[in-house]
Design a protein around this ligand. Structure first.
Ligand code: SF4
Length: 157
């Protein structure tokens, strides 16, 4: 299980299964590339303060001795799934505070690993693991997200 798989699970169970089984979609999906560039460019000035953590977290910032994990997103459209992705990293790293930053919208969403959020996260992880451990992926279900999904051709052609 990874944060990206968990985020995908909240959007599309099939996508989560494909990601978890290392089946890659189209790598030149424009939106994925734009998302990566936003994450790289938006905090380039802060580089001295920032550290990329194993490529799994966009930014880890040490503010007055307090570690904060920051996930950078291109829009707030999937902020609920982004929240659980961030909570997953926070839980893994035992960090209590995080932020989802959406530079294009000048928005910062604060996220806290409270007991309640941790309980919800663990339930979600349990559900997602059941789906991912199946031998075959869930059938595709058409949704608006399919238009920009890197598995579009795989699911619908
Ligand atoms: S194309 Fe649609 S059904 Fe297929 S993985 Fe992507 S979101 Fe899911």
């Amino acid at each position: 299980m990874t944060g990206s798989v968990l985020q995908a699970y909240m959007i599309c169970k099939r996508q989560a299964w494909l990601l978890a089984h290392q089946i890659t979609g189209e790598s030149d999906n424009d939106l994925l590339v734009i998302g990566r560039l936003i994450a790289q460019d938006s905090y380039s000035k802060d580089k001295k303060e920032l550290k990329i953590f194993d490529g799994i977290v966009d930014v880890v910032r040490n503010e007055k001795g307090k570690i904060k994990i920051i996930e950078v997103k291109k829009s707030s459209k999937s902020s609920e799934s982004a929240k659980y992705q961030l909570l997953f990293y926070m839980w893994k790293l035992s960090v209590k505070e995080g932020e989802i930053r959406i530079p294009k919208e000048k928005k910062i969403i604060k996220v806290f690993l409270t007991n309640e959020n941790e309980k919800k996260l663990l339930l979600l992880l349990e559900e997602a693991e059941k789906v991912i451990n199946n031998k075959v992926p869930p059938e595709p279900v058409q949704k608006s997200y399919c238009k920009t999904c890197s598995y579009n051709l795989f699911c619908w052609s």
